[in-house]
Ligand binder design. Structure first.
Ligand SMILES: [Zn+2]
Length: 229
């Protein structure tokens, strides 16, 4: 098992996975809404995520820039209709197959019009497929421009998923990561601080007492279960 995920995995069940998935996708509003509505489902998790919840609330309360609103809308559309973009591959392959079969039928010296009159249905179908492929690509491009973006966990602006620094606030590692940002792994803060100095220094300073209490409770629970057995 991955060293980073081991402590947190003790807390996981299928209810928690949806929350982790939402946070890792940068859907901060949904994390807050989910926790407010189904708090009782997350009672075990709540003690290790005050840092995450606070972060989500901060971002949720921030002003959303018009450009970010477009990306936010695109994200929603892609979530439900992202599959439409895949149709272009099917129509593209189909048009290639029809084109190849038509080119096999072509006899040397035959004019385009003669060819069209001989196989009108196939030719028109090919043209329709090519137009459809192009139209799907161009139309979906309005939304797929947001595909590789994620909302930075520091500032909430949209940044490139693969980039090591946020393109807006310039802070390191802008992609939210549940395992790294919750309190359970506060022990590895030295390693984390080397990656994201400000963020984890602040996290450690603000939450170290909460973390100490959580750890103490965990040790006590472990001791009592050992002495019981
Ligand atoms: Zn940022």
């Amino acid at each position: 098992m991955d060293k980073k995920t081991r402590p947190v995995s003790n807390y996981l069940n299928k209810n928690y996975l949806s929350l982790i998935f939402l946070y890792n996708k940068g859907e901060y509003e949904s994390v807050v809404a989910e926790l407010e509505e189904f708090e009782s489902n997350y009672w075990r998790l709540l003690e290790i995520i005050p840092s995450i919840l606070e972060n989500c609330k901060n971002i949720t309360n921030k002003y959303m820039w018009p450009k970010d609103k477009i990306h936010f809308r695109n994200e929603l559309i892609l979530r439900h209709f992202g599959w439409v973009d895949k149709i272009k591959f099917i129509t593209g392959i189909a048009s290639f197959i029809i084109f190849m079969s038509l080119s096999n039928k072509y006899a040397e010296g035959m004019s385009f019009y003669a060819f069209l009159l001989r196989w009108p249905f196939q030719c028109l179908f090919l043209i329709a497929l090519i137009i459809l492929t192009y139209k799907i690509h161009v139309w979906m491009k309005n939304f797929t421009i947001s595909k590789d973006l994620i909302r930075c966990k520091h500032c909430g602006r949209y940044t490139y998923y693969m980039s090591p620094n946020c393109r807006k606030c310039k802070k390191a590692d802008p992609v939210p990561n549940f395992y790294w940002d919750c309190l359970v792994d506060l022990e590895n803060m030295i390693v984390k601080s080397a990656v994201q100095e400000d963020f984890y220094h602040e996290l450690k300073e603000r939450y170290s007492s909460k973390y100490a209490i959580w750890k103490q409770n965990k040790m006590e629970a472990l001791d009592s279960s050992v002495s019981d057995s």
